[in-house]
Design a binder for this molecule. Structure first.
Ligand code: SF4
Length: 384
């Protein structure tokens, strides 16, 4: 298969970039400390999108290790994934959704990945037998949808994908199944595989569609090739939604973010979420935008967009739920639970005192410090 051959020719070695004249010996040496912790793997196609004359190139930033990754500020599990794991490879945080981690491999190891702890590394968090996940889901009638993620499910063989769908499709209480994947963006040829498209088409029926959730983060990822991949998915009857991550030096500008969202609508991809970058070790330092600035960027981008292109929500995927950032006023930041781990918090509106540079809920204050000097930072108690 063509795509497997491409994947085998991925660039995994900093020395290869040096041989191609893309990194200096000095840079190679400094970055070796990063790849010792988190492997590099980039498809030749995605590498070709980099403008090497620009040291701040956004595609480069997402694909090539940088020294910022040496910073270990943050945590490897910011959303409580371990505590939501019901069996190896299956998480059940929100009652209606099961998340299944089907692989630890990806076509490209994105430097900003929030599952950095496991992508490309040995992990006990990956599903061993789909039958076990299917049994769990079948026993839980409240689960209306399954998100297949990882890693990237589309680096699995067609046989493996077929098995996943064959086991999950018969579960009657499922309304839809989603694949979370970056392959349309980093390895579009994977999507143009006829056998994969027939498989998706067969399972995406008018009464129960398959969804693909992409992660386009920059308008330069919208290329002739990725447009063909999206078009092929749409023709196969698959619904395509996009969730971007707000990333410093990549899309933290209103113009870039607006171009991205309107470009996606133009090619038939629905804007779904813009995520606040999580405070992940070896990610936060290089990629996280302070919340207040992020909110401003998002609002200024929305001001440039039509209704369709600004349907996305700006959210933080927090340990307690998916928290929408709804506004900033008089030194307060306002939030609403879009999804909540505790059903009692669903829809709740609350606020936190802004702290300059704060990047995550725990960095904000529950009340102004002068009124409660001994107050700890970070208790998460929603106000109704
Ligand atoms: S494809 Fe997804 S899971 Fe894989 S490294 Fe990129 S963001 Fe992480």
């Amino acid at each position: 298969m063509v795509w497997k051959g491409i994947l085998e020719s991925n660039i995994r070695d900093l020395g290869e970039l040096e041989r191609q004249g893309l990194l200096s010996p000095d840079e190679r040496e400094r970055l070796a400390g990063v790849t010792g912790h988190h492997p590099m793997s980039v498809t030749p196609y995605y590498l070709s999108l980099i403008d090497w004359s620009d040291p701040g190139d956004p595609i480069r930033k997402m694909a090539i290790p940088c020294e910022g990754e040496l910073s270990t500020i943050g945590s490897y599990d910011t959303s409580g994934e371990r505590e939501n794991t019901k069996l190896p490879g299956l998480q059940h945080k929100y009652s209606s959704t099961a998340l299944v981690l089907v692989t630890n491999r990806c076509a490209v190891y994105c430097r900003h990945c929030f599952r950095k702890r496991l992508v490309g590394l040995p992990s006990e968090e990956i599903l061993k037998r789909i039958e076990d996940a299917a049994n769990y889901i079948a026993r839980h009638g409240e689960i209306s949808n399954v998100l297949l993620s990882g890693g990237d499910p589309f680096v699995l063989s067609n046989n493996a994908i077929s098995l996943l769908l064959d086991k999950l499709s018969p579960i009657e209480h499922l309304d839809f199944i989603r694949f979370g994947t970056r392959t349309p963006i980093v390895l579009p040829r994977r999507i143009l595989d006829d056998d994969l498209l027939s498989l998706l088409s067969e399972h995406s029926r008018p009464e129960r569609r398959l969804f693909v959730v992409t992660q386009f983060n920059h308008p330069r990822e919208i290329t002739e090739d990725s447009i063909r991949a999206v078009d092929a998915l749409l023709r196969a009857g698959v619904i395509v939604n996009n969730q971007s991550v707000l990333l410093k030096g990549v899309n933290d500008s209103p113009d870039v973010l607006a171009d991205l969202q309107s470009g996606l609508v133009g090619i038939g991809v629905n804007p779904y979420y813009v995520f606040q970058c999580r405070p992940v070790k070896r990610v936060k330092n290089s990629f996280q935008v302070p919340l207040a600035r992020g909110y401003r960027v998002v609002e200024d981008a929305k001001a440039r967009l039509d209704g369709h292109s600004k349907r996305f929500k700006f959210v933080m995927s927090h340990r307690t739920g998916k928290i929408e950032v709804v506004g900033v006023m008089d030194g307060w930041m306002y939030f609403r639970y879009h999804e909540a781990k505790d059903p009692a918090s669903m829809g709740k509106f609350f606020r936190r005192r802004l702290v300059p540079g704060a990047g995550w809920l725990e960095d904000l204050l529950e009340r102004p410090p002068e009124k409660s000097p001994g107050d700890a930072v970070g208790a998460v108690v929603p106000h109704s």
